[in-house]
Design a protein around this ligand. Structure first.
Ligand SMILES: NC(=O)c1ccc[n+]([C@@H]2O[C@H](COP(=O)([O-])OP(=O)(O)OC[C@H]3O[C@@H](n4cnc5c(N)ncnc54)[C@H](OP(=O)(O)O)[C@@H]3O)[C@@H](O)[C@H]2O)c1
Length: 280
């Protein structure tokens, strides 16, 4: 990874933090996007301490807000002439339905919309830097759900885990359609399930969800283990020419039939593009 530039979200904690640190140690310069200044500066400090010779940087944005994602992408595009890897990883689960200032359901906005808008707005840089890669953190939670295109904002049917699982299905469908649209550019797009990992995930979900996840975390794997597939997809020569796939434990895995539905992937793309304010 020497000489490579990696842009990553959700690197102030959990698997994103470990992945950023591992990639830095492998020689990559890390460009972080975080929302919280204190945690952001601490993450940057850790990276600088690990690899003092690399000029890691950090940008701030609430990734659940479309305008902030666009702004941060514009700022990065202006200062970074090349992006070798984009890792969309920031995500969370919410016990009760919340709506962002853009009128979107919070889980959809943060876990899906931010991946879409950030990638679209960094696309030119990725294409100009080809061969380059997009890595999207998804989850096996997608296995429990289908998408309801008549209620993408879960206005009529909200349950925290179900809505979270749908957002992770969106991540796979997005990866699939992105890969199709990037064909021939030299940019690959893959996604992954990290395993069930003991991170801060769930701590802020609220109520019974937080309690349930806290108990389940007793049996979870470490963030170091959970980050392995992110690092693999970002760096391994083995996947240099693989695109549009879902991985678990550094191996290709088969997602559900719903996650392999090309019509759904194209529909989701169109609906998301409309919400992002641009035409396909
Ligand atoms: N843990 C698991 O078992 C598991 C399983 C499958 C998939 N995943 C996925 O793995 C990814 C990383 O989660 P994790 O387990 O490492 O959890 P985590 O420790 O809670 O980390 C989540 C990261 O996302 C950031 N984030 C949350 N909301 C944000 C916002 N509005 N704007 C910008 N950044 C925001 C957090 O920033 P702060 O530090 O400011 O909170 C943090 O850096 C998520 O996409 C999650 O869905 C996790």
């Amino acid at each position: 990874m020497r000489g490579k530039v990696v842009v990553i979200t959700g690197s102030t904690s959990g698997i994103g933090q470990v992945a950023a640190e591992k990639l830095a140690v492998m020689g990559a310069r890390i460009v972080q996007i975080a929302r919280d200044k204190t945690r952001g500066e601490a993450a940057l400090e850790r990276l600088r301490h690990l690899t003092p010779n690399l000029k890691h940087t950090i940008y701030y944005a609430d990734m659940s807000r479309i305008a902030q994602v666009k702004q941060v992408a514009a700022a990065i595009s202006e200062t970074e002439p090349r992006i070798d890897v984009l890792i969309n990883n920031a995500g969370a689960m919410f016990g009760t339905r919340q709506v962002t200032g853009d009128g979107l359901e919070m889980t959809f906005a943060l876990n899906h919309m931010s991946y879409f808008v950030l990638t679209h707005n960094l696309r030119d840089r990725l294409v100009a830097s080809a061969p380059s890669r997009v890595v999207n953190t998804s989850s096996d939670a997608h296995r429990r759900v289908k998408l309801d295109f008549s209620d993408l904002q879960s206005a009529h049917d909200y349950a925290g885990f179900k809505v979270y699982s749908r957002s992770k299905l969106c991540n796979i469908l997005f990866t699939r359609e992105l890969s199709r649209r990037l064909a021939g550019t030299g940019v690959t797009a893959n996604c992954l399930h990290p395993g069930f990992v003991a991170t801060r995930f769930g701590d802020q979900s609220g109520g019974m969800l937080t309690l349930g996840i806290r108990m389940a975390k007793l049996f979870a794997i470490s963030p170091e283990k959970g980050a392995e597939t992110i690092v693999y997809l970002a760096s391994s020569p083995e996947v240099a020419n693989v695109s549009g796939k879902y991985f678990y434990k550094c191996r290709e895995s088969t997602p559900t039939r719903e996650a392999q539905d090309d019509n759904a992937a194209q529909n989701l793309w169109k609906e998301t593009a409309k919400l992002a304010g641009w035409e396909t």
